[in-house]
Design a binder for this molecule. Structure first.
Ligand code: ATP
Length: 277
């Protein structure tokens, strides 16, 4: 299958960009267009962008800097108006942000004066207003424990390391129990050891919660390690999906097993070739 993708890009591209049975589709991006008005005239960042993402799938997005990855993700989040086409979640066109989509940014934007627990509770309180206080605390504590912060419930966000802050960001996003998790280079600012630890934490919770994840990354190894499919965007203007690569490694994955797998360098070469041309 992998070899087919590499040898026969075009036919696989049509299949993988999206012709899944509707019962399997979580996210559908159809003829998506984004135009930014600029002093020099309209700038068409995305045009005719089509992509379907299946339920419980983990998709990573790669593409050159400035091609429009964040633009696409922020449109899925409902934070950036759509200029043409549509985005649907489980068949319903999105009209703005909603609790069905959680977002994790590169910088977790926590309230620095609040504790880890209070930061996670902010989202939980909004999404589960009818739950009892004890239930809301339980949810927030459960996810903080899951990200390894059981000893830091009462630490102020400003006293946490960058890696710990991003852990709070992950807990906060999962705690609102979204259908789709959108991640914009969440580990881009972390050292490689912390990055590896957080990839493991993320994938462990994702695996348990069975939600759909879409993550932008600049790191080809990270893209392969985490994904069921790696989606490659063409360079802008008028960027679209250029290619899609299925990653057929079994789960759960270990970094060692992935690195030693026969297909690993084939996948890597495919992605690097795409980025270099
Ligand atoms: N609000 C805006 N108004 C005008 N142009 C914008 C706006 N936001 C982004 N752009 C432009 O749109 C293009 C795509 O930006 P975007 O941030 O989506 O790219 P990206 O692929 O996420 O980049 P990077 O990998 O560097 O984060 C860039 O040329 C950027 O300068």
């Amino acid at each position: 299958m992998t070899t087919n993708i590499i040898e026969n890009k075009t036919s696989n591209l049509i299949k993988d960009v999206g012709s899944f049975p509707s019962s399997q589709v979580m996210l559908d991006l159809k003829n998506l267009k984004k135009v930014y008005p600029t002093p020099k005239g309209d700038y068409v960042v995305l045009e005719d962008l089509n992509l379907q993402i299946k339920k419980e799938e983990f998709v990573t997005i790669i593409g050159h800097s400035g091609c429009g990855k964040t633009t696409m993700l922020s449109m899925i989040a409902g934070l950036n108006p759509i200029s043409g086409g549509y985005i649907s979640v489980l068949g319903k066109h999105i009209k703005g942000p909603g609790p069905d989509r959680g977002v994790i940014f590169q910088a977790p934007s926590l309230m620095p004066w609040m504790t880890s627990l209070q930061n996670v509770l902010l989202g939980v309180n909004q999404v589960f207003p009818h739950a009892t206080k004890a239930q809301r605390y339980d949810i927030a504590k459960y996810y903080l424990q899951k990200v390894g912060l059981e000893d830091a419930f009462d630490k102020k966000a400003s006293d946490l390391s960058q890696g710990m802050q991003q852990r709070v960001g992950i807990a906060r996003a999962f705690a609102i129990k979204p259908k789709v998790l959108l991640l914009d280079e969440p580990f881009g600012m972390l050292d490689s050891l912390t990055r590896g630890e957080l990839q493991d934490t993320l994938i462990e919770i994702w695996n348990k919660e069975k939600i759909t994840a879409v993550m932008i990354t600049h790191d080809v190894d990270e893209a392969i390690f985490l994904a069921d499919r790696v989606v490659m965007m063409t360079s802008g203007p008028k960027a679209k999906i250029g290619d899609v690569l299925d990653i057929d490694f079994e789960r759960p994955r270990t970094r060692k097993a992935v690195l030693e797998h026969n297909d690993y360098y084939k996948y890597r070469k495919h992605l690097i070739d795409f980025l270099e041309h």
